[in-house]
Design a protein around this ligand. Structure first.
Ligand SMILES: [Zn+2]
Length: 489
């Protein structure tokens, strides 16, 4: 008697598609039985027929039929698929895109069900086939077989290559709450008396819900439950029909993330670079920009933007000149094509009083990496209003240093709570007097190596930065105002 006949006698049926896959893989396995290692089961790929053969295989069109492998997920004529197609189309139309990728997501309760199916089949067949009976198998078959179906029905171009697509069409599979409830009752009645976890903890951490991960399922089927009892109880109280008819299918769309880079100019001493550096309810550079961007990209200001910049300035320091390089990684954008960056820039600059942007462009991961790398690699030009306790004669500042001046900076007191205690070697490249306000107040220009703490170079930070401007001028020095005038490459 062949395998399927003996299984059918026990009311274990497979659709024609799954039957074919099983046959194909049993043959494969008998040739390579000794290589099979349950620990590395991922190494054994399920063998699928070529797509042209796969496309000819049909799911049985019998209303009362429930497949023990695919749980009827492969039944593409099922009403649920035709019902969601129109909604999918409506949603897709809201997104800029050329190419879509089909993605199937199974909530991990399916792993629990596949554990049961594997145990059952293995007992009957006396051969381990658990790499066939798992959600990856169904995912692979579904995508290979039905991508063209979605392409045709939705009149959209599908490409399952990671790099070509603009949108992921994600079909999510889950089970109705009643099934979770029933499984959890079974788990509680199948607990292994020898396990070391008490019932309260099991109830809190190990019962199935929509967010249960694979590790919990592993723990349930290996340590927490008596697997024989668990298996018997599921056999007694569940049928594949009940599971299959309680699968709920919904979909979501996920556009691929992309990058936009530019430079920002910060004209205010009140706003910080991002929300970590702000007082009261005053906005920040990041928040100003993404508030505007979320209108353009029609996504969430709160969740859909990741901001990075090449370095930062203190809140009370303005960022002037050509500005500081920034980059956004943008998620869930409905808009992607035909962006008019000149218009976006102009409108933003009109709307935002204290932040201005320029050089906006579509960017890339490599640009992102470059900006992160440059974070502390650029020479900067500052303008500072300083106070000196003694009168400084004309040209003294201009002649104070000839070549680059090496200075040692121990982590400043004001940032000690955020930064490691460390001594850094930095350079002051040039010092120039720009304007004398009166005998004690001067505007000076400082060019310094990346990462120099300018405030501390001026005030000495109680000797923690040395030499400092005060030690060079032999008087007390303080800083009243600071601007990043430019970032020099
Ligand atoms: Zn099937």
């Amino acid at each position: 008697m062949d395998l399927f006949e003996s299984l059918e006698k026990q009311e274990i049926n497979f659709c024609l598609i799954c039957k074919n896959i099983i046959k194909l893989n049993i043959e494969t396995e008998s040739n390579s039985k000794e290589e099979y290692n349950p620990k590395n089961k991922k190494l054994i790929q399920v063998k699928l027929p070529p797509n042209e053969d796969l496309s000819k295989l049909e799911f049985n069109n019998n209303n009362d039929f429930y497949c023990f492998l695919c749980l009827n997920i492969l039944d593409i004529n099922h009403n649920i698929y035709t019902e969601i197609l129109k909604d999918i189309k409506d949603l897709i139309n809201q997104y800029d895109h050329n190419c879509i990728k089909l993605v199937l997501k199974f909530s991990s309760i399916f792993n629990f069900i596949f554990w049961f199916i594997n145990t059952k089949i293995s007992k009957i067949y006396n051969q381990n086939l658990n790499y066939i009976f798992e959600s990856d198998t169904i995912r692979q078959i579904f995508i290979n077989k039905y991508t063209s179906f979605f392409s045709e029905k939705l009149e959209e171009k599908f490409d399952n290559n990671e790099y070509n697509r603009d949108l992921d069409l994600i079909i999510n599979y889950d089970l109705n709450d009643s099934i979770y409830q029933k499984f959890n009752d079974i788990i509680l009645s199948s607990i292994n008396n020898n396990n070391k976890i008490d019932i309260k903890e099991i109830k809190e951490k190990y019962l199935l819900n929509k967010n249960t991960g694979r590790s919990i399922i592993k723990a349930l089927t290996i340590e927490i439950c008596d697997i024989n009892a668990l298996f018997m109880n599921i056999s007694k109280f569940f049928s594949i029909k009940e599971i299959s008819s309680n699968i709920n299918i919904n979909f979501s769309l996920s556009p691929t993330a992309f990058y936009i880079s530019g430079n920002y100019i910060k004209l205010s001493r009140e706003i910080g670079q991002n929300h970590f550096d702000r007082i009261f309810n005053i906005s920040s550079v990041d928040e100003e920009i993404k508030k505007y961007f979320s209108k353009i990209f029609k996504n969430s200001e709160k969740d859909d933007f990741i901001f990075s910049a090449s370095g930062r300035e203190d809140r009370n320091v303005r960022m002037l000149g050509s500005g500081r390089n920034f980059i956004y990684e943008i998620f869930n954008s409905k808009k992607k094509f035909g962006l008019n960056f000149d218009k976006i820039k102009e409108e933003f600059n009109c709307e935002s009083k204290f932040v201005k942007i320029k050089n906006l462009k579509i960017s890339s991961k490599s640009e992102y990496n470059k900006i992160k790398k440059e974070e502390n690699a650029k020479i900067k030009k500052y303008l500072a209003v300083i106070y000196t306790s003694k009168k400084i004669e004309k040209d003294v500042i201009n002649n104070l240093i000839k070549d680059n001046l090496d200075i040692n900076q121990i982590t400043p007191i004001r940032v000690l709570h955020q930064r490691a205690y460390k001594e850094r070697k930095k350079q002051i490249i040039s010092l120039k007097e720009i304007e004398k306000i009166n005998d004690h107040f001067i505007i000076i220009e400082i060019i310094a190596s990346a990462g120099t703490y300018i405030k501390e170079f001026v005030n000495g930070d109680l000797g923690r930065t040395f030499p400092n401007l005060g030690s060079l001028l032999d008087c007390e020095c303080d800083i009243l105002q600071l601007d990043v005038e430019d970032i020099i490459f």
